[in-house]
Design a protein around this ligand. Structure first.
Ligand SMILES: [Zn+2]
Ligand SMILES: [Zn+2]
Length: 815
């Protein structure tokens, strides 16, 4: 074509390291006859090239990029010709202040999986096989650039065969930093609880499988931490694990060898299958099959009194091997297990255990044996949890849900995926913001804590940290913060915390935050407090690039309000500069505060007293409360409910769901967070119409939603012997409709058309779908959390975003 030789420096940013990007560039340059070099920098990938195929190179670069690469930007700077004679891949260079995005951990790829099962391959049944398209990333990365010496693989010297692959640009393992084989890489070790040392190598896996098949409980070191595993089909084992681990009904996650195995006990829709098999390999919450008797396929103790099971597929070669029967290859033999319980290896409410020493020390009372290995986990990351909110079930054959009004909302609610816990496979992915801005730390809230850092045009949420209620969790928080600040090179100019003075995250920010962040600098880092539900709405604004004003509907359990009461069913008009509270669920006394959160029957007493006054005692008696909780306890709680000191006022939607669940006799005790509300949601039946009455009072542009009439009507229905499914469905519709009517009214008054829905109650997919559909039908734009969970895990993103945007405005005003 006769084009002229030219030279350019091309800077590619995004997730471009550890994903096979340089060999890809090398191959593309070679094909086009271009000379120069490619290198990893702290900022991304730098390509310096010259020749006459430059424009073709730039045209192809993005289109054919490797599967795991996510290109954020390609910047091209033309340069004078230098006369390169070859194209080479050169050692990484570091640029001060620059940063690149770290890749999350990636599940085993199809190529590595077939090598794993191929008895002629030198990595046959090797539990640490990986390549540039798969394997550990974030969990082993100690520093950037992402090179082997900066990972926990630094201690393993590659054998000649591995080294040859590592240096061969045509190999799938070219610069695969965790590259290893049985000769040179990490090894597993199986050890029973009382043994000082154990069996290594393939015999270790055999012993582990044998113990699991015999009903043993084994701590298995995985990718981001330890799991506690047992045979999910062995009722005695699962019950033993439940007794040892905790007394609650909190469901255990299970891992099954493939989708067909999961179909034996759960319904599996197309979107759900897609998530299960995605490279992130999260736990997907699936509905138990109605036509399988409880306990038939899996122990009922896996997920007691629950219509769902959290399922995942193997995501590391080690997991694959746990299911792979002995013998040559994948043959026709059955997997070792139809499913394994794989629950987080931790003490209750503490972070996941990730070192061999900690496992041996802290998990010894829970397990009979350990499957350890010697590749260190640097950053612990729990399994992520997602749920598909739509109900496409064409793949399950015969299980077709009715297409009632709720399903029409699918069009209005574009994302059918809800993230409930964002950790392995997701973290530390950045969330793109609209433009550049200052660096801010959002400290998060106390339940399901995450923190968020902003840097450049990104927000970087941490992985799931946990409930901030003990020293171990706080230590984990600081560990992750130090790591993410260092790899992303963040120096926050502001720290944002929740308004709640009692939160551990708030106290940390006040006592340590400024000091830890400001190390070495003279100035204190300014602190900002952001109200909990405003932060919820801020997180949705961040995800969708909204500056506001928006109508924010925040529904969750309890959060500290500006008036000192416990908020949780709130209508806000929110922008960057602040918010107005323009409506709420009616305040109802929460007898005993915290006690009523753990024991929803107490909340029910509060709601019934509020609705019925003197008649409350009789209603509670007829609802069976005396038999269940005792006459003495009831009258005591009724008394406590009358005392403002002992019974704070709460407007939490979560408390209302709790109260109705307890009133209906569905669940009166939360053995884990959200249990009562989830049990109520599980009763909802598609296609049932009707609503309960409520009172909606608007005065001076302020709306109060009073659900007392609904409480009384439910008590009546209970007397009439109404079906629980009918009552639960009508109640859900009542709340969704009340939310929508209020938001529409606010929109008519203010002219605002954007509505943001957030808060833990919107994890309830029926509520979210119904409210979303009604709002969309009224012509409003509905925005929800799509990348972050709607529960308190999103608080840190909202905090960081709101203050970052506010600082940007202030800087704009005073340049
Ligand atoms: Zn691979
Ligand atoms: Zn090797």
């Amino acid at each position: 074509m006769g084009s002229m030789a030219e030279r350019a420096q091309v800077t590619v940013t995004g997730v471009v390291q550890g994903v096979g990007f340089r060999p890809y560039v090398y191959a593309l340059a070679a094909r086009l006859g271009l000379k120069g070099f490619v290198t990893n920098t702290a900022e991304g990938v730098l390509i310096d090239l010259e020749g006459d195929g430059l424009s073709e190179f730039l045209r192809c670069l993005r289109i054919n990029a490797p599967p795991l690469a996510r290109i954020a930007d390609i910047a091209v700077a033309h340069q004078p010709i230098r006369g390169y004679t070859e194209f080479s891949i050169i050692k990484s260079v570091d640029v001060a202040g620059a940063f690149t995005l770290v890749s999350p951990d990636v599940s085993l790829c199809a190529d590595c999986r077939s090598e794993l099962l191929d008895h002629r391959d030198r990595r046959y049944r090797y539990p640490f096989i990986n390549c540039t398209n798969c394997g550990p990333r974030y969990s082993i990365t100690k520093a950037v650039p992402y090179d082997r010496p900066n990972t926990t693989m630094a201690t393993f010297a590659m054998c000649p065969a591995c080294s040859a692959e590592y240096h061969d640009p045509s190999s799938r393992r070219f610069h695969a930093q965790p590259n290893a084989c049985p000769a040179c890489g990490p090894q597993v070790e199986f050890r029973t609880r009382d043994a000082g040392s154990g069996v290594k190598g393939s015999a270790a896996l055999g012993d582990c499988v044998r113990m699991l098949r015999e009903g043993g409980i084994v701590a298995v070191k995985g990718l981001g931490g330890f799991h506690i595993a047992c045979d999910a089909g062995n009722d005695a084992s699962v019950r033993r694990l439940r007794e040892r681990k905790r007394k609650s009904n909190k469901p255990f996650a299970v891992m099954a060898p493939d989708a067909d195995a999961i179909r034996r006990f759960c319904e599996l829709g197309r979107d759900e299958l897609h998530e299960l098999e995605s490279i992130r390999r999260p736990i997907v919450l699936l509905r138990k099959r109605a036509d399988v008797r409880p306990g038939e396929a899996l122990s009922e103790a896996v997920s007691p009194n629950n219509r769902s099971i959290g399922c995942m597929l193997p995501y590391t070669p080690l997991h694959e091997l746990l299911f792979l029967p002995p013998g040559e290859g994948p043959g026709p033999t059955l997997p070792n297990f139809s499913a394994l319980v794989m629950t987080s290896g931790n003490l209750s409410e503490e972070p996941i255990v990730h070192t061999n020493a900690d496992a041996l020390d802290r998990l010894s009372h829970l397990v009979d044996a350990y499957l350890l290995h010697d590749r260190d986990i640097f950053m612990r990351v729990d399994d992520s949890v997602v749920r598909v909110t739509s109900d496409e079930r064409q793949e399950t054959g015969g299980i077709q849900e009715s297409r009632g009004t709720a399903n029409s909302s699918l069009a209005a609610h574009p994302s059918s995926l809800m993230v409930l816990r964002r950790s392995r496979g997701y973290a530390p992915d950045a969330i793109a913001l609209q433009d550049d801005g200052p660096e801010v730390l959002g400290c998060g809230a106390d339940l399901k804590n995450t923190f968020t850092l902003t840097k450049g045009s990104f927000a970087i949420p941490s992985q799931h940290i946990g409930d901030m209620e003990n020293f171990e969790t706080l230590r984990f928080y600081e560990e992750v913060l130090q790591n993410l600040r260092s790899v992303y090179r963040v120096d926050p100019v502001a720290i944002v915390h929740d308004l709640h003075p009692g939160y551990l995250s708030t106290r940390w920010a006040l006592e340590h935050g400024a000091r830890i962040i400001g190390q070495g600098s003279e100035q204190d880092v300014p602190l900002y407090a952001i109200q909990h539900h405003y932060a919820h709405i801020g997180s949705v604004m961040a995800e969708h690039g909204l500056a506001g004003p928006v109508i924010g509907v925040a529904c969750d359990g309890t959060g500290y309000g500006t008036d000192g009461n416990l908020w949780g069913g709130e209508f806000l008009v929110a922008g960057i500069d602040g918010f107005d509270r323009v409506g709420q669920f009616k305040y109802v006394p929460l007898p005993g505060g915290e006690a009523a959160i753990r024991e929803p029957w107490r909340a029910a007493v509060g709601y019934v007293l509020d609705a019925a006054g003197e008649a409350a005692q009789g209603i509670l008696e007829r609802a069976g409360f005396v038999e269940r909780y005792g006459r003495g306890a009831i009258s005591q709680v009724l008394q406590v409910a009358g005392s403002r000191e002992l019974s704070p006022l709460a407007s939490g939607a979560g408390r209302l769901f709790d109260a109705v669940s307890a009133l209906m006799g569905v669940c009166g005790l939360n053995t884990f967070e959200g249990e009562a509300a989830m049990a109520l949601e599980a009763l909802v039946e598609e296609g049932i119409g009707g609503e309960y009455p409520i009172e909606m009072r608007t005065e001076n542009d302020y709306t109060v939603l009073d659900f007392s009439p609904a409480i009384l009507a439910i008590a009546d229905d209970l007397q009439q012997g109404c079906k629980k499914g009918l009552m639960a469905t009508k109640f859900h519709t009542t709340v969704a409709s009340a939310i929508a009517r209020t938001a529409v009214q606010i929109s008519e008054r203010t002219g605002i058309r954007d509505v943001a829905l957030s808060g833990g109650s919107f994890q309830n997919r029926y509520l979210l779908r119904q409210a979303g559909a009604l709002l969309a039908a009224a012509g409003l734009q509905v925005h929800t959390n799509e990348k972050m969970p709607p529960n308190d895990a999103c608080i840190s993103l909202g905090q960081a975003y709101l203050i970052r945007e506010r600082l940007k405005r202030e800087n704009g005003r005073n340049p």
